[in-house]
Design a protein around this ligand. Structure first.
Ligand code: SF4
Length: 389
């Protein structure tokens, strides 16, 4: 079934604030009937508030409008994120005064406030969902869209999947890519071969295994599947798609568990696709944007929100001159996020898997909340400048 996704284009016709993204966010909130839905609810506005000196997350101007709409509808909003991001959020402009609502750490001050959800996926046996999320009765998933080193793309799904869990669960989720064996000692004849494999990677993705000196450990988030290592590995190191996609899959499962704690219909999803950096806001800094701004996408369907965002970005290209020097384009196949993070970090496959577990629909109807009107300029008859004497 097709889901509605409301879209605010980053383009304007007139030089008028009513055509800019904060005003289009207001229109999206109206289309989502947010005010009518939040009366009496304790509303969690789940965000990533960034770390250190990052400044490309969702700007307080947008958050304040969301909080204001909730209050106008009779809801009680609060902004929430992981404790370490909330603790110094004021240094990045997020305070109760600027946002118009309080900020609470999702898992408590010391990550001890959570509810255990048993679920068996690879090495993960249980997911610990933050108490602030569990106590909320309505969810606004307000995400900044950006690249991600482990799965190529981060937005509304990842904002819930990792951002609502305690540290122990987040750590286990990051380890799912190591569950299926990928280093085979019996195919690595000696230390010289092991060193050659390790040194073949220009990104430092292959390191000695701390727990076994005869083995190698692969940092999946650093690997863009350039396959240089495969020329010397002779089967000792496998670069397998399934290991990369495991991280995307566990994100889907975690997001589903979070959403299952809310009554059906008590969640909305908003992607802000502006200043999209190649890696996530956890890096604690903001570099140059590597894709053109694509606007705001809002829906009741988390998968449709991601799909509409990805499709819009698929019509663009990586801004190559803005890439950090240590990143390279390894393919021009697939989605632009795969160009820099590699073909095995496939954001469309993640959404296919998400649909299979009932997270939402990849089919959507995109509704532009304020279409740009192209002006009808008259042809100008240029007057030839007189030659200088
Ligand atoms: S595929 Fe490329 S990036 Fe990945 S570990 Fe091998 S050399 Fe490094």
């Amino acid at each position: 079934m097709s889901s509605k996704v409301f879209w605010g284009s980053p383009r304007q016709t007139q030089l008028d604030h009513k055509e800019t993204l904060p005003a289009k966010l207001d229109l999206i909130l109206e289309k989502l009937n947010l005010r009518e839905r939040v009366k009496g609810h304790r509303v969690a506005i789940k965000m990533h508030l960034g770390i250190n000196v990052g400044y490309s997350m969702v700007h307080p101007v947008f958050v304040r409008r969301v909080a204001q709409a909730v209050k106008e509808g009779g809801g009680r909003p609060f902004v929430t994120d992981l404790p370490h991001s909330v603790a110094d959020a004021y240094t990045r402009g997020y305070t109760a005064e600027t946002l118009g609502c309080p900020l609470y750490p999702s898992t408590g001050i010391d990550e001890k406030w959570y509810i255990v959800h048993p679920y068996d996926y690879r090495n993960v046996k249980e997911f610990h969902i933050g108490g602030a999320i569990e106590e909320a009765t309505f969810l606004i998933d307000l995400a900044h869209v950006k690249g991600h080193p482990a799965c190529s793309f981060g937005a509304v799904i990842k904002n819930l999947a990792l951002g609502c869990m305690d540290g122990q669960t987040r750590s286990a989720m990051h380890d799912v890519s190591h569950y299926e064996p990928y280093f085979f000692k019996d195919k690595c004849p000696d230390e010289a071969t092991r060193v050659a494999i390790r040194e073949s990677c220009p990104y430092g993705a292959i390191v000695d295994d701390k727990e076994d000196p005869d083995s190698l450990h692969l940092h999946y988030f650093k690997c863009n599947q350039c396959m240089r290592c495969q020329e010397v590995a002779n089967g000792a190191l496998a670069i397998k798609r399934s290991n990369f996609m495991a991280f995307s899959e566990v994100n889907n499962l975690a997001a589903k568990l979070v959403l299952d704690t809310f009554e059906p219909g008590n969640a909305v999803f908003i992607n802000l696709a502006t200043h999209m950096t190649p890696v996530c806001d956890c890096f604690g800094f903001t570099g140059l944007p590597v894709l053109p701004d694509a606007g705001i996408f809002g829906s009741d369907d988390i998968v449709a929100t991601e799909m509409a965002t990805l499709d819009a970005l698929a019509k663009t290209s990586i801004i190559e001159e803005n890439l950090p020097g240590m990143m390279e384009i390894v393919t021009r196949e697939g989605h632009p996020w795969q160009w820099i993070h590699g073909p095995y970090k496939d954001p469309y496959e993640q959404l296919e898997l998400a649909e299979q577990i009932g997270l939402g629909s990849r089919e959507y109807e995109l509704i532009d909340v304020l279409p740009v009107k192209e002006p009808d300029f008259k042809q100008i008859a240029y007057i030839q400048a007189a030659p200088s004497s």
